[in-house]
Design a protein around this ligand. Structure first.
Ligand code: 5GP
Length: 431
């Protein structure tokens, strides 16, 4: 099954830079790409067609839609309101379509905030002269309007550092090829594709079990948690959040409805899953108490900061002399959940262990915590565990069986673990 959600690609930059032409080029070139038709309060121009170029609305109606949450983003551009339909974008993306937005820079920044996995491309002309000539040659704006647009352009360009790609639209043919390459490259990224189906057809046994997750609800916790020392500093750990992120994507691609509860990881949020960011172990616990009852599997991939300072200092502690820290243990999330919630779903735990007895300790932990499975990964092997893009280890089950995964990318390992977990539970094994 390949049900990866589509991607949102935003072309933004000053008016007249050529983004509409490039956006339409993408839609004409790739059958999976669809153009999002914005709503605007500006009057219809010459050859424009309602529903094809824009949906035209009155200001009152537009403001009402803002109130009702209709827009994924909206902005006032050159005196008129423009906005993108939230529902339309969501539906396209969840059915696997790729959405192309041709919007202004304010809107692009809002999109990145709401959907961090979106791709922002900044389109610019090679010089201010070219931009103003293009605006004048469109014959749709008088010279005063063109002057104002040039002023706005300077402000828009100041945001270029928030974008993922830059295309200088000197020659249209070249620019078309560049946006095509970005589109193609992004679709080929491993994190954006469901795991290559060809790999599964070569080794079907390793991947059987994924089908178990179709339509199931899975919570994946991820990332490091942080515990504040004062308003500025915190203690935490070296987790990058990549293992949890990869698990969320692998369950998503297997058809599960995923809730991703993540600490402050240094990687972006996965697209197509609900994400709840948390800071502390306590906050993570609170979310799980609320959510775990409606869940078919809880995956505890988060690296919880096991300790927290016993006291919190409001403001910024002065740098002087020696400061003695007193730490206390944070709540053991699984134990607490077990204590407070009756019907706990099966749990898949992760256990990072050091030293030759690591495996033994991981198995003991699985028994002590009553989890259905535990993934032991060594912390003292270079290129595995925390801060590494790859991992290795063994997924142990309560019936004594296990699945070994050799050194591979965390994304690949996640695919194998999702399948192995499905196989195990399909046999009727639950803790
Ligand atoms: P025009 O009126 O010339 O078609 O567009 C003016 C500006 O508004 C362009 O920069 C265009 O990309 C931007 N724009 C069009 N639709 C939207 C939208 O839905 N949201 C935002 N933020 N800007 C838009």
């Amino acid at each position: 099954m390949n049900n990866s959600p589509g991607q949102l690609i935003v072309l933004a930059g000053p008016s007249g830079a050529g983004k509409t032409t490039l956006a339409h080029h993408l839609v004409e070139t790739f059958s999976s790409a669809a153009f999002s038709v914005s709503t605007t309060t500006r009057p219809l121009r010459g050859s424009e067609i309602e529903g094809e170029d824009y949906f035209f609305a009155g200001r009152e109606e537009f403001l009402e839609r803002i109130e009702n949450g209709y827009f994924l983003e909206y902005a006032e551009v050159h005196g008129h309101l423009y906005g993108t339909s939230r529902d339309w974008v969501r539906k396209e993306l969840s059915s696997g379509g790729n959405v192309i937005l041709d919007i202004d820079v304010q809107g692009a920044l809002q999109i990145k905030e709401a959907l961090p996995a979106s791709i922002l491309i900044f389109i610019l002309t090679p010089s201010p002269d070219v931009l103003s000539r293009r605006l004048l040659s469109r014959n749709t704006d008088d010279p005063d309007v063109v002057r104002r647009r040039m002023e706005v352009a300077a402000w828009e360009i100041s945001w270029i550092g928030s974008f993922d790609y830059y295309v200088c639209n000197r020659y249209l043919e070249d620019s078309m090829m560049q946006v095509e390459s970005i589109f193609r490259g992004e679709r080929l990224r491993i994190v954006n594709t469901s795991f290559p189906p060809e790999v599964r057809t070569f080794t079907p046994d390793r991947f059987s079990g994924r089908e178990h997750w179709n339509g199931k609800r899975v919570i994946v916790t991820s990332g490091p948690t942080r515990e504040a020392l004062d308003s500025v500093r915190f203690i935490s750990n070296r987790s990058s959040g990549l293992m949890g992120f990869s698990m969320a994507m692998a369950f998503r691609d297997a058809g599960a409805d995923v809730l991703f509860v993540t600490g402050s990881a240094c990687i972006s949020r996965p697209s197509g899953v609900d994400t709840i960011p948390v800071e502390t172990a306590e906050e993570m616990h609170e979310i799980l108490v609320r959510e775990v009852e409606k869940t078919d599997l809880l995956v505890m991939a988060a690296a919880v900061s096991d300790f927290r300072p016993s006291t919190f200092h409001e403001g910024k502690t002065e740098r002087s002399g020696i400061i003695r820290l007193e730490l206390e243990a944070t709540p053991d999330i699984l134990e607490e959940l077990d204590r407070t919630i009756d019907c706990m779903c099966p749990v898949m735990a992760f256990s990072l262990e050091f030293g030759p007895d690591g495996e033994k300790r991981a198995i003991e932990k699985m028994k002590r915590k009553g989890t259905a499975a535990i993934f032991y990964n060594p912390g003292d092997v270079q290129g595995a565990g925390m801060e590494a893009s790859s991992n290795q280890g063994k997924l142990f089950f309560t019936d004594g069986s296990y699945v070994e995964v050799k050194r591979s990318s965390k994304r690949y390992i996640a695919e194998l673990l999702v399948a192995a977990m499905g196989r195990y539970l399909m046999k009727g094994n639950e803790s």
